[in-house]
Design a protein around this ligand. Structure first.
Ligand code: PBG
Ligand code: ZN
Length: 328
């Protein structure tokens, strides 16, 4: 038996750590991360989220301290979610100038002015029924909700937010928020759109964390069907046309193909949300000793970048920053 004449031997470029480092196509940096923070108006000490080990809801009094810790690790941004003391039918807590997110924005900016403070703009944490807007019968009224999104975005901007991030998948939400912000004199506040958000089982642990589970039905009449790829591109393009400054795909792991396609089709900075269920799975397997947590997490984060993401919203962000800093 004779051997083939191998001219091309890819293994030449894998023979040691240095050469591998030289030809690596994708790299991770702390600059790529945004850390989600849950601020709960009803507590005065941190409360662990049972399904998300390492993640807690925190009281307003701890926001400044946590944002400073995030900044000290080199992470450029945080995204805030609020759990209000009082909910109502329309979610009016979302645009209360003394609301929990508005207070948290002010606390975060006061503690760490250079940190990019993003606010998730939706109503599911604020409505008594847990849906992402005003109900008309059993369905969310799109245009009524747009008016409330404008008020919410303006009140976040008045509190000093750096980026508004609408996550409710309402039609026209980017156009409406852009107009609302511009009319109020906030033409320089960018919008990061949750442009392509799928109706996903992976949001389960978040809904415990943010107390935002719908009391009836599901979100399938506004979030996207997981089977749809062409529609994902349509949603992304609509948001580009409506004036979004950044786009997001969510969840991440099950939608890597969508990240790549949206990235190739548009020219905006692209974020991916590595959601609560993805985090919970890794934590559970690591706790059992079935996977190497650091290795799996870093590999996953690198893969988001390779798929085309510029920014990663992740509950792993603090650990990742520590690992990246210690491996330097
Ligand atoms: C609110 C919102 C959700 C997430 C971010 N913003 C939940 C949902 O749509 O039910 C999910 C985040 C996560 O699972 O980590 N609209
Ligand atoms: Zn919502």
């Amino acid at each position: 038996m004779s051997l083939p004449d191998l001219i091309v031997r890819p293994r030449r470029l894998r023979s040691n750590a240095t050469i591998r480092r030289m030809v690596r196509e994708t790299t991770l940096s702390v600059n790529d991360f945004i850390y989600p923070i849950f601020v709960d108006e009803t507590i005065d000490a941190p409360r662990q989220v049972a399904s998300m080990p390492g993640v807690s809801r925190i009281p307003l009094s701890m926001v400044g301290e946590l944002v400073k810790e995030v900044a000290s690790l080199g992470i450029p941004g945080v995204i805030l979610f609020g759990i209000p003391a009082v909910k109502d039918e329309i979610g009016s807590g979302g645009w209360d100038s003394e609301g929990i997110v508005q207070k948290a924005i002010r606390a975060a900016k006061a503690a760490s002015p250079e940190t990019c403070v993003i606010a998730d703009s939706c109503f599911c944490e604020y409505t008594s029924h847990g849906h992402c807007g005003v109900l008309h019968g059993e369905d969310v009224d799109n245009d009524e909700t747009l008016l409330n999104l404008q008020k919410e975005a303006v009140s976040y901007a008045e509190a000093g937010v750096d980026i508004v991030a609408p996550s409710g998948m309402m039609d026209g939400m980017i156009a409406a928020i852009r107009l609302g912000l511009d009319e109020a004199g906030f033409e320089n506040v960018p919008i990061m759109s949750y442009a392509v958000k799928f109706a996903s089982g992976y949001f389960g642990p978040f809904r415990d964390a943010a107390d935002s589970t719908p009391t009836f039905g599901d979100r399938a009449s506004y979030q996207m069907d997981p089977g749809n790829r062409r529609e994902a591109l349509k949603e992304a393009w609509l948001d580009v046309e409506e004036g979004a400054d950044m786009l997001m795909v969510k969840p991440g792991l099950a939608y890597m193909d969508i990240i790549r396609e949206v990235k190739d089709a548009t020219n905006l900075p692209m974020a991916v949300y590595n959601v609560s269920g993805e985090y919970a799975m890794v934590k559970a397997a690591a706790e059992k000793g079935w996977i190497d947590e650091k290795r799996v997490v870093l590999e996953t984060m690198l893969s988001f970048k390779r798929a085309g993401a510029d920014l990663i919203l992740s509950y792993h962000a603090l650990d990742v920053a520590r690992w990246l800093n210690e491996d330097k």
